[in-house]
Design a protein around this ligand. Sequence first.
Ligand code: 5U1
Length: 686
Amino acid sequence: MLVILMNTQKPDDIANRIEILRDEIHAHNYRYHVLDAPTISDAEYDRLFQELKNLEAEHPEFQSLDSPTQRVGAAPKKEFPAVAHSIPMLSLDNAFSVDSAKDFDKRIRIRLKTEAFITYACEPKIDGLAVSLVYEQGRLISGVTRGDGVSGEQITENLRTISTIPLKLKPPFPDVLEVRGEVFMPKAGFKALNEKNALLGEKLFVNPRNAAAGSLRQLDSSITAKRPLSFFAYGIARMEGFSQRFSTHSENMQALKKWGFPVCAENRVVEGIEACLTYYEQLQAKREQLPFEIDGVVYKVDNIELQQQLGFVSRAPRWAIAHKFAAEEAFSELLGIEFQVGRTGTLTPVARLKPVFVGGATISNATLHNMDEIQRKDVRVGDTVVVRRAGDVIPEVASVVLEKRPSQTTHIAMPKHCPICHSDVIREKEEAAYRCMGGLFCAAQQKEAILHFSARRAMDIDGLGIKIVDQLVDKKIIQTVADLYTLSVEQLAGLERLGKKSAENLVDALAKSKETTFARFLFSLGIREVGEATAHNLANHFSDLQTLIKADELELQQITDIGPIVAAHIYYFFRQPHNLEVIQGLLKAGIHWQAPQSKSVSNSPLFGATFVLTGTLNALSREEAKEQLIALGAKISEAVSKKTSYVVVGDSPGSKLTKAQSLGVPILDQTQLLALLEHAKQAQSQ
Ligand code: 5U1
């Protein structure tokens, strides 16, 4: 029976009752959400919850962040603060075939000098978002996204709203505990959320992962609280002040369960790689029936001492691997073709398909890459085609089912005129691509040029998305990137779906973008074949813009990585009066950057050294690495050659690593790069 406390009670009694209610409700939450085995009715639960809410409202002095009432969300935030992880959040290497999974096992046994079977912990790879949770004295005090692995965004309030994440641990627990795991949206919750959103005419999510990501990134945690999110713990990153030590990963998982964390029931411990492969097959067969999306399985060496012996390569452990499921495929009908016009005028054929569910999302468009591909695959409108989707990559038409070809099909031809601006479409010599010759007269190219200009790695104009650019160009408010800087709050606030506040923010972002670097500015111009690395090399070589504009093709070819084709693109870009006008407009609008400090650069020990970066960098972003290296007088190259001074290797490096090894070029991991940058900065400042 429930006892409703009256206000006449003494503060100690009230505090005790609040504590009892919290513990009881936490226990019921755990039984309901984690064990799926409730022991009281919904009505009884609601009564307990209401009593606690009333007491907390009457006695705010006893309010606590780990109360179950706090799961409803906190006041909206302005932004998520960035916080460094105390221990980096590692990523996993991938195996896409049985052979590479076997190679993983072989590498481990060679390193450990053993022929014996390795004991592996096998787990589903949940398709969600990795987070890190920190508990002090058993209470959740911080929750952070993976971010770049070194630091992430503090989203504690949002994570508190997830019913399967414990706010308080079950004793006995360590003084400090840092837990890693995955937040995800179960399939049923995703379906219900999209059905509700469809009824309300709100945005539909593409798949459960995107829905989970969108829900976690809400600045208003009361919105997150309404989203059906869940969590599985998959590792302990840090444990302090606990008498027990665990010698295996599976023991860690058992301890996490005891402290109240949900741990996936599909986890198994097996002996040897063949047993891992059997687990993979079994889980793949079960994949459709699982209540959550998975994209593969993870194998981890179970013994923690062996994990320590194996260590890491850059940011991935040598003792674990994600064995990914093959790309998903489905049949669909090719209803038609549209040609999309890109930034440089390239026309890409896009297949319009009868909607089909594949790889966790409904697909109605897929790329056909280019005309050569269409011919090679002999794709025709009316065909039944195989649509393939792997991870986050753009879905593609993989092949045609010739046996199902109807008697009436239509061959696909490249249009002679641009579908957007009706200018001529030309195939340039020795190129696979066809291009619209409309240049910046073409609205599609204008839009792409503006989006490229404003991208994070270019001028970094926050809040200028495709919907706004579409309206600005379609309504002929702007035509070039220079026009962006003439926009007023009133003009922007007049656009659909853009309130006054967002319009003000966008004008602020435009003003902020005016302070940039020479390299970013050059990259943002969208000169053909001038990516970030080439833009950096140009900025490093030329002391100012006017000297670059005047440079001839031969001079341009003296610069690292610039051959005759790229040199010609740069040369002709600066010979177009229209481009010079746009540049003039941008400078007049106030875009500026600091001139290079060549004297101090020549003091730098990295002056003149050539770096190639490969793989994903976590310790600092690729952009930051490049900017710092350039500032220290180094050059960035895309290709490894005997002349390369260093190759910096991040996660999942490409063939550049193998090339560097074969040429004997020194290889740096990210920690070594940081040390080198530090050393060079010190030397430069002396
Ligand atoms: N199940 C599972 N997913 N997952 C992802 N375990 C697991 N472990 C990970 C990651 C990134 O990393 C540790 C091996 C460090």
